[in-house]
Design a protein around this ligand. Structure first.
Ligand SMILES: CC(C)(COP(=O)(O)OP(=O)(O)OC[C@H]1O[C@@H](n2cnc3c(N)ncnc32)[C@H](O)[C@@H]1OP(=O)(O)O)[C@@H](O)C(=O)NCCC(=O)NCCS
Length: 178
């Protein structure tokens, strides 16, 4: 599989808008409510500017997933916390037509390498709707374990949803402070 993870940049606005638009209905149960402008190149330029600012501040690490030169998804390290925590939260999606080929599993593996080896983080957290076993499997295949269920954790698709909270630690040799 010719998979690449490319940190986000303004030149990707048209690509990102197109893949969001194509997958609008597919992603709706997992995404916050989006204005129509979000699905346009202009809306994505604004979105990317915000992401790049956060990336430069060290708060986020957002990237597009490509199969060859074709964009097919998105993956982000959010809420990067330094100090005593050295943690982040990960979120991702893969275009409906590219599902079932291991794209999310590979992309998450690459981003965990970035998190632990390049950014020096210690712990990555994820939350996944209890009715999304496919994404839970992606996390488990990447070494995440379940902490528990957070009740009414996130407002998605018109209701407060229960989610599994999951975590993965850096291999011991990379642990902060050692
Ligand atoms: C969830 C998502 C990221 C999966 O992407 P993907 O590229 O298809 O995932 P992969 O192919 O790497 O792996 C999917 C795994 O789930 C398994 N799976 C698929 N449907 C399943 C189901 N109903 N129950 C359990 N496992 C399931 C697959 O068999 C595969 O595991 P395997 O390799 O052991 O066979 C993608 O469907 C998506 O973006 N969904 C909408 C947004 C979303 O859910 N984002 C994550 C929010 S936490």
């Amino acid at each position: 599989m010719d998979l690449e993870i490319r940190p986000i940049g303004l030149t990707m606005a048209t690509d990102l808008a197109a893949v969001y638009q194509e997958n609008r209905d597919f992603l709706q149960p997992y995404e916050p409510v989006r204005a129509d402008a979000f699905f346009t190149a202009g809306g994505q330029r604004d979105n990317i500017r915000t992401m790049v600012t956060a990336m430069r501040a060290g708060d986020r690490w957002p990237a597009m997933i490509y199969l060859g030169d074709r964009p097919c998804g998105f993956i982000t390290l959010n809420t990067i916390l330094r100090g005593a925590l050295q943690s982040a939260r990960v979120g991702y999606w893969v275009a409906e037509k590219d599902g079932g080929r291991g794209v999310a599993t590979r992309a998450l593996g690459i981003v965990l390498d970035v998190a632990f080896c390049e950014l020096g983080l210690h712990r990555i957290e994820a939350s996944v709707r209890v009715d999304n076993p496919r994404s839970k499997r992606v996390l488990e295949k990447n070494g995440f374990s379940t902490i528990g269920i957070a009740r009414r954790h996130v407002f998605l698709d018109g209701a407060w949803r229960d989610e599994y909270l999951m975590e993965r630690h850096a291999p011991p040799i990379r642990n902060y402070g050692q």
